[in-house]
Design a binder for this molecule. Structure first.
Ligand SMILES: [Zn+2]
Length: 48
């Protein structure tokens, strides 16, 4: 079972949780814009 991780779009700050970041952001359509972030950063971006 592969570990799921958090990824953030560096264009629109959309958060994706999964095995890898989407190739194209579903929110802003940027290509390869997702960078892996840690759990704490994901919480901050999501305002938790
Ligand atoms: Zn985006």
């Amino acid at each position: 079972m592969a570990d799921k991780r958090f990824f953030r779009c560096n264009v629109c700050n959309d958060i994706h949780y999964g095995i890898s970041g989407p190739e194209i952001c579903p929110t802003c359509q940027a290509k390869n814009a997702y960078v892996e972030i840690d759990k704490e950063e994901a919480k901050k971006v999501m305002g938790l």
